[in-house]
Design a protein around this ligand. Sequence first.
Ligand SMILES: [Zn+2]
Length: 187
Amino acid sequence: MKNLAKLPGKMSAGFGLSMIDRAVKEKMLGTRCKASDLKPVLDYFQQDGVVRCFYCEAPDPKRWDHLHPVSRGGDTMPGNLVPACPRCDDSKQDRDIEVWVASSSPHRPPPERLGVLLHKVEAYRKQFPYEAVEFSSRLSPSQLDTYLQFRAEIDALRRHLETFGMIKTKGATRARGAAPVQPRETT
Ligand SMILES: [Zn+2]
């Protein structure tokens, strides 16, 4: 019974809102590969028949982590996906490896491991080229306008929920996937 969770998972309103934000972003521009496209990636990460967590090397990772997060314009594509254990995936959230390592999050990699991890990313992307581009830089002006309208509604709902104590007040911890996006300067 080791795979049964101790308790059913709990969904916070803040997490739900950041999932809406992420879904909108993914729908607007995220490129999504097929499962079969990940077969060569799995082969790449396999060593002696074992796939390990990209970050901590725990065997049998259960998830795919986006190196460049979906919330910041990352794609579900080879070169941006790495196998990860739930512990590392949950700890990293929507951050770059450097920011994660420098954070105080539990289960972050130790600072001395940063160089190894960045080197692993570089080697991986030599095999599976992928260029990380920030979300707002990938949108046309009209797409950005559409996104900002959705975002204003999500933010309004967040404030409403805060008022009723349904959600942690902003500033404590920013919800996963809800990094601010500024309107792009038009020159
Ligand atoms: Zn791990």
